[in-house]
Design a protein around this ligand. Sequence first.
Ligand code: SAM
Length: 245
Amino acid sequence: THFGFSTVPLPDKQRRVDAVFHNVAARYDLMNDLMSAGLHRLWKDQLVAAVHPSKKRPFRHLDVAGGTGDVGFRVAKAGGPQTQVTLLDINPDMLAVGRARAEKNGLAGKLTFIEANAESLPFPDNEFDAYTIAFGIRNVPRIDLALSEAFRVLRRGGRFLCLEFSQVDVASLDKLYEAYSFRAIPAIGKLVTGDGEAYRYLVESIRRFPPAEDFRVMIEQAGFARASYTKLSGGVVAIHSGWKL
Ligand code: SAM
């Protein structure tokens, strides 16, 4: 591609992703609000509404590519006293921001932070009641590995949920969205984080992520039953779901 990212070998892809999030970690939350005009908050609320952790029974939740904690915090708040959230990310800088936020909002006791790769999770089989990954899976070099690891660590009856950018369904809206993402997002990114290239990379990774239906099939191939998805905001994002039955 014109951004020069598409031909990079796998280990380089992860290295590039890590550099991006190292550079933007401190400003990541602000950027999300700016770029999505606050919409990412509603999308994450919807994702966590689908998790609905038990208020009464023990509930073990895993949030992968959890970054600065947005999804993990929501699950911890939605659950009961026996809800425990493991927030996993490959990037120590993102986790450091997440830890500091958890201390501030009094949720630290409900969360465990783990630095690890979505492609090889440091947990035994059948460990978790639910697994979420928000705006993370498109950054993982080998998506099939991440999906089979998700399947492995979920218990029978556990649910996989993924929030990710998708395809805008209306052609005229798509043109607008394309202009916004290819021009405005790197420009805002450069202003706020000083790193326009990082955000150009992120936009490019959205373009190269498989269409919702193809991704649904990948989820099925990893072993999940009743794989389905719901598009939100005209298809800007989708919530994918699958069950380990
Ligand atoms: N889930 C958070 C949210 O929605 O705000 C953060 C999303 S952020 C766009 C993507 C995250 O994926 C980054 O924190 C990055 O470090 C993480 N990531 C990238 N590759 C990963 C991998 N192979 N395993 C685990 N996390 C990874």
